[in-house]
Design a protein around this ligand. Sequence first.
Ligand SMILES: [Zn+2]
Length: 271
Amino acid sequence: MIDLLMSKPHWLVVTGAGISAASGVPTYRNQRGEWQRKPPVTHQEFVANSESRQRFWGRNMIGWRFISEAQPNLAHQALVQLEQRGVVSALITQNVDRLHQRAGSCDVVDLHGRVDRVSCLDCGANQSRASLQPWFEEHNPEFAKLGGRIAPDGDADIDDLDFSRLEIPACRQCRGTLKPDAVFFGASIPRQRVALSEALVERAAGLLVIGSSLQTYSGYRLCLSAERHGKPIALLCDGITRADKIATEKVHADCLPVLQGWLARLTSIGA
Ligand SMILES: [Zn+2]
Protein backbone atom coordinates (compact mmCIF):
# COMPACT_ATOMS: atom_id res chain seq x y z
CA MET A 1 0.00 0.00 0.00
CA ILE A 2 2.91 2.37 0.59
CA ASP A 3 3.52 2.33 -3.19
CA LEU A 4 -0.03 3.51 -3.79
CA LEU A 5 0.42 6.26 -1.17
CA MET A 6 3.73 7.35 -2.64
CA SER A 7 2.37 7.40 -6.18
CA LYS A 8 0.74 10.76 -5.42
CA PRO A 9 1.21 13.01 -2.38
CA HIS A 10 -1.39 14.67 -0.16
CA TRP A 11 -3.67 11.92 1.11
CA LEU A 12 -6.53 12.69 3.42
CA VAL A 13 -6.44 10.38 6.43
CA VAL A 14 -9.59 9.33 8.29
CA THR A 15 -8.96 7.73 11.67
CA GLY A 16 -11.12 5.78 14.09
CA ALA A 17 -10.89 4.17 17.52
CA GLY A 18 -8.29 1.62 16.36
CA ILE A 19 -5.57 4.25 16.32
CA SER A 20 -6.16 5.25 19.95
CA ALA A 21 -6.53 1.69 21.28
CA ALA A 22 -2.80 1.46 22.06
CA SER A 23 -3.18 4.65 24.14
CA GLY A 24 -5.69 2.96 26.44
CA VAL A 25 -8.74 4.86 25.16
CA PRO A 26 -11.79 2.56 25.40
CA THR A 27 -13.20 1.38 22.05
CA TYR A 28 -16.85 0.76 21.36
CA ARG A 29 -16.73 -1.97 18.74
CA ASN A 30 -14.87 -5.23 18.19
CA GLN A 31 -13.09 -6.38 15.02
CA ARG A 32 -16.40 -7.35 13.44
CA GLY A 33 -17.75 -3.83 14.01
CA GLU A 34 -20.17 -5.04 16.69
CA TRP A 35 -20.92 -3.24 19.95
CA GLN A 36 -18.73 -4.46 22.79
CA ARG A 37 -20.98 -2.96 25.44
CA LYS A 38 -24.24 -1.10 25.88
CA PRO A 39 -24.60 1.54 23.17
CA PRO A 40 -23.86 5.07 24.41
CA VAL A 41 -26.59 7.44 25.52
CA THR A 42 -28.14 9.17 22.50
CA HIS A 43 -28.37 12.94 22.18
CA GLN A 44 -32.15 12.76 22.48
CA GLU A 45 -32.01 10.67 25.66
CA PHE A 46 -29.36 12.96 27.15
CA VAL A 47 -31.43 16.08 26.55
CA ALA A 48 -34.77 14.54 27.55
CA ASN A 49 -34.14 12.88 30.88
CA SER A 50 -31.99 13.18 33.95
CA GLU A 51 -31.54 9.39 34.35
CA SER A 52 -29.78 9.28 30.97
CA ARG A 53 -27.57 12.20 31.99
CA GLN A 54 -26.69 10.39 35.21
CA ARG A 55 -25.84 7.22 33.29
CA PHE A 56 -23.77 9.20 30.81
CA TRP A 57 -21.83 11.20 33.42
CA GLY A 58 -21.33 8.14 35.62
CA ARG A 59 -19.61 6.30 32.78
CA ASN A 60 -17.84 9.49 31.77
CA MET A 61 -16.57 10.14 35.28
CA ILE A 62 -14.93 6.70 35.31
CA GLY A 63 -13.81 6.79 31.68
CA TRP A 64 -12.34 10.30 32.04
CA ARG A 65 -9.47 8.89 34.05
CA PHE A 66 -8.32 6.89 30.99
CA ILE A 67 -8.94 9.67 28.49
CA SER A 68 -7.18 12.32 30.58
CA GLU A 69 -4.17 10.08 31.17
CA ALA A 70 -3.97 8.79 27.59
CA GLN A 71 -0.87 9.78 25.64
CA PRO A 72 -0.46 9.79 21.85
CA ASN A 73 1.07 6.50 20.73
CA LEU A 74 3.52 5.65 17.95
CA ALA A 75 0.70 5.44 15.39
CA HIS A 76 -0.29 9.08 16.10
CA GLN A 77 3.36 10.04 15.86
CA ALA A 78 3.79 8.16 12.57
CA LEU A 79 0.98 10.25 11.09
CA VAL A 80 2.72 13.46 12.18
CA GLN A 81 5.77 12.32 10.24
CA LEU A 82 3.72 11.35 7.20
CA GLU A 83 2.20 14.85 7.29
CA GLN A 84 5.66 16.44 7.52
CA ARG A 85 6.80 14.38 4.52
CA GLY A 86 3.81 15.48 2.46
CA VAL A 87 2.34 11.99 2.11
CA VAL A 88 -0.58 13.15 4.25
CA SER A 89 -2.19 16.57 3.70
CA ALA A 90 -4.88 16.58 6.38
CA LEU A 91 -6.58 14.37 8.88
CA ILE A 92 -10.21 13.83 9.83
CA THR A 93 -10.66 11.91 13.04
CA GLN A 94 -13.76 10.24 14.39
CA ASN A 95 -12.05 10.12 17.78
CA VAL A 96 -12.87 12.70 20.42
CA ASP A 97 -9.66 12.34 22.43
CA ARG A 98 -7.53 15.08 20.77
CA LEU A 99 -4.52 12.74 20.66
CA HIS A 100 -3.66 13.69 17.05
CA GLN A 101 -3.33 17.34 18.03
CA ARG A 102 -1.30 16.46 21.09
CA ALA A 103 1.01 14.30 18.95
CA GLY A 104 1.61 17.32 16.70
CA SER A 105 -0.56 16.80 13.61
CA CYS A 106 -1.35 20.27 12.21
CA ASP A 107 -4.41 19.97 10.03
CA VAL A 108 -6.99 17.98 12.02
CA VAL A 109 -10.79 18.02 11.87
CA ASP A 110 -12.52 16.58 14.93
CA LEU A 111 -15.46 15.16 12.98
CA HIS A 112 -17.33 14.07 16.10
CA GLY A 113 -16.16 16.91 18.36
CA ARG A 114 -14.08 16.64 21.50
CA VAL A 115 -14.61 15.45 25.06
CA ASP A 116 -12.03 17.66 26.76
CA ARG A 117 -14.43 20.61 26.65
CA VAL A 118 -17.94 20.91 28.06
CA SER A 119 -20.60 23.44 27.01
CA CYS A 120 -23.89 24.58 28.50
CA LEU A 121 -26.87 23.61 26.34
CA ASP A 122 -28.76 26.66 27.65
CA CYS A 123 -26.31 29.60 27.52
CA GLY A 124 -23.37 28.20 25.53
CA ALA A 125 -20.72 28.93 28.19
CA ASN A 126 -17.90 26.41 28.03
CA GLN A 127 -15.23 25.10 30.35
CA SER A 128 -12.67 22.34 30.36
CA ARG A 129 -13.81 18.82 31.24
CA ALA A 130 -10.78 18.52 33.52
CA SER A 131 -12.10 21.37 35.69
CA LEU A 132 -15.23 19.31 36.48
CA GLN A 133 -13.45 16.19 37.73
CA PRO A 134 -12.71 17.47 41.28
CA TRP A 135 -16.40 18.44 41.60
CA PHE A 136 -17.52 14.97 40.47
CA GLU A 137 -15.16 13.23 42.87
CA GLU A 138 -16.03 15.44 45.82
CA HIS A 139 -19.79 14.96 45.36
CA ASN A 140 -19.64 11.27 44.42
CA PRO A 141 -17.00 9.63 46.58
CA GLU A 142 -18.32 6.07 46.07
CA PHE A 143 -18.05 6.36 42.27
CA ALA A 144 -14.66 8.04 42.55
CA LYS A 145 -13.41 4.97 44.41
CA LEU A 146 -14.77 2.66 41.68
CA GLY A 147 -13.02 4.74 39.04
CA GLY A 148 -9.72 3.57 40.43
CA ARG A 149 -10.62 -0.08 39.92
CA ILE A 150 -12.30 -0.28 36.53
CA ALA A 151 -10.09 -0.70 33.44
CA PRO A 152 -10.88 0.68 29.96
CA ASP A 153 -12.10 -2.74 28.85
CA GLY A 154 -14.25 -3.09 31.97
CA ASP A 155 -17.23 -1.33 30.49
CA ALA A 156 -19.53 -4.24 31.28
CA ASP A 157 -18.86 -3.46 34.95
CA ILE A 158 -19.82 0.14 34.34
CA ASP A 159 -23.04 -0.88 32.60
CA ASP A 160 -24.09 -2.84 35.69
CA LEU A 161 -23.79 0.10 38.09
CA ASP A 162 -26.72 2.04 39.51
CA PHE A 163 -26.15 5.71 38.70
CA SER A 164 -29.40 7.02 40.20
CA ARG A 165 -27.55 8.58 43.15
CA LEU A 166 -24.90 10.25 41.01
CA GLU A 167 -24.76 14.03 41.40
CA ILE A 168 -24.02 15.98 38.24
CA PRO A 169 -22.75 19.58 38.02
CA ALA A 170 -24.72 22.43 36.43
CA CYS A 171 -23.47 25.41 34.38
CA ARG A 172 -21.62 27.95 36.54
CA GLN A 173 -23.30 30.85 34.71
CA CYS A 174 -26.96 29.84 34.47
CA ARG A 175 -27.34 26.46 36.25
CA GLY A 176 -28.19 24.96 32.83
CA THR A 177 -27.36 21.50 31.46
CA LEU A 178 -23.74 20.71 30.67
CA LYS A 179 -22.74 18.43 27.81
CA PRO A 180 -19.34 17.52 26.35
CA ASP A 181 -18.59 19.15 22.97
CA ALA A 182 -18.80 15.75 21.29
CA VAL A 183 -21.44 14.77 18.75
CA PHE A 184 -23.57 12.16 20.48
CA PHE A 185 -25.24 9.27 18.68
CA GLY A 186 -28.51 10.50 17.20
CA ALA A 187 -27.24 14.07 16.68
CA SER A 188 -25.92 15.49 13.44
CA ILE A 189 -22.49 16.90 12.80
CA PRO A 190 -22.51 20.71 12.40
CA ARG A 191 -23.08 21.53 8.70
CA GLN A 192 -19.93 23.65 8.42
CA ARG A 193 -17.79 20.76 9.62
CA VAL A 194 -19.38 18.40 7.08
CA ALA A 195 -18.72 20.93 4.29
CA LEU A 196 -15.08 21.32 5.38
CA SER A 197 -14.63 17.53 5.38
CA GLU A 198 -16.12 17.24 1.90
CA ALA A 199 -13.79 19.99 0.66
CA LEU A 200 -10.82 18.10 2.09
CA VAL A 201 -11.86 14.95 0.20
CA GLU A 202 -12.09 16.94 -3.05
CA ARG A 203 -8.61 18.42 -2.55
CA ALA A 204 -6.90 15.17 -1.56
CA ALA A 205 -5.11 12.63 -3.77
CA GLY A 206 -7.13 9.92 -2.10
CA LEU A 207 -8.58 8.71 1.16
CA LEU A 208 -6.61 6.61 3.66
CA VAL A 209 -8.80 5.16 6.42
CA ILE A 210 -6.98 3.90 9.52
CA GLY A 211 -8.41 1.93 12.43
CA SER A 212 -12.09 2.46 11.70
CA SER A 213 -14.82 -0.01 10.84
CA LEU A 214 -16.71 2.96 9.32
CA GLN A 215 -19.94 1.77 10.93
CA THR A 216 -20.83 5.38 11.65
CA TYR A 217 -22.31 6.92 8.52
CA SER A 218 -20.38 10.19 8.85
CA GLY A 219 -17.12 8.32 8.24
CA TYR A 220 -18.53 6.05 5.53
CA ARG A 221 -19.95 9.11 3.74
CA LEU A 222 -16.40 10.40 3.21
CA CYS A 223 -15.58 7.15 1.40
CA LEU A 224 -18.68 7.48 -0.78
CA SER A 225 -17.63 11.02 -1.56
CA ALA A 226 -14.10 9.88 -2.51
CA GLU A 227 -15.60 7.20 -4.76
CA ARG A 228 -17.84 9.77 -6.42
CA HIS A 229 -14.82 11.95 -7.17
CA GLY A 230 -12.89 9.00 -8.56
CA LYS A 231 -10.30 9.11 -5.75
CA PRO A 232 -8.57 5.95 -4.54
CA ILE A 233 -9.62 4.59 -1.14
CA ALA A 234 -6.98 2.81 0.97
CA LEU A 235 -8.00 0.95 4.13
CA LEU A 236 -5.72 -0.01 7.02
CA CYS A 237 -7.78 -1.86 9.59
CA ASP A 238 -7.62 -5.13 11.51
CA GLY A 239 -11.29 -5.92 10.94
CA ILE A 240 -14.18 -5.73 8.50
CA THR A 241 -15.13 -2.22 7.37
CA ARG A 242 -18.22 -0.87 5.71
CA ALA A 243 -16.11 0.35 2.76
CA ASP A 244 -14.39 -2.99 1.98
CA LYS A 245 -16.31 -3.33 -1.31
CA ILE A 246 -15.36 0.09 -2.65
CA ALA A 247 -11.75 0.11 -1.45
CA THR A 248 -8.89 0.35 -3.96
CA GLU A 249 -6.57 -1.48 -1.58
CA LYS A 250 -6.87 -2.87 1.92
CA VAL A 251 -4.28 -3.91 4.49
CA HIS A 252 -5.95 -6.15 7.05
CA ALA A 253 -3.70 -5.60 10.08
CA ASP A 254 -3.09 -3.71 13.28
CA CYS A 255 -2.24 -0.16 12.18
CA LEU A 256 0.73 0.55 14.44
CA PRO A 257 3.34 -1.90 13.01
CA VAL A 258 2.20 -1.15 9.45
CA LEU A 259 2.62 2.61 9.91
CA GLN A 260 6.05 2.07 11.39
CA GLY A 261 6.98 -0.15 8.43
CA TRP A 262 5.92 2.61 6.02
CA LEU A 263 8.06 5.16 7.82
CA ALA A 264 11.05 2.83 7.80
CA ARG A 265 10.59 2.35 4.06
CA LEU A 266 10.32 6.12 3.43
CA THR A 267 13.43 6.73 5.53
CA SER A 268 15.38 4.03 3.69
CA ILE A 269 14.68 5.62 0.30
CA GLY A 270 15.24 9.14 1.68
CA ALA A 271 11.69 10.32 0.93
ZN1 LIG B 1 -25.31 28.07 31.09
